[in-house]
Design a protein around this ligand. Sequence first.
Ligand SMILES: [Zn+2]
Length: 116
Amino acid sequence: MTWTWTPEHIEMLTRLWNDGLSTAQIGKMLGVSKNAVVGKAHRLQLAVRNSPIQRKEGAQIIELTANCCRWPEGHPGQPGFRFCGKQALPGKPYCPEHAARAYTQPKDRKSSTNAA
Ligand SMILES: [Zn+2]
């Protein structure tokens, strides 16, 4: 590898890294491979960033769109809490299964008040 990191490059790397650019983007701007960026950042001990690829199964709140079931599963604030996230019925916030549960509440039989 003939590439050498100049202080300017390192400064740029650090700045772009802190700006939140991806390693691929930084590599492109510096003209080096993504791996070189990763390796250098590691050696510079730049703050580890959260990988955007980190995704858990199921839908997190932020990923919910209008078409996702919002039925909560688990307990809010506790690990494992999430939303159903399945395809929701058109115009409804829930998937068919949860819509059925949400909208079939036991109906109070309107006992006609004896107004007489
Ligand atoms: Zn659901």
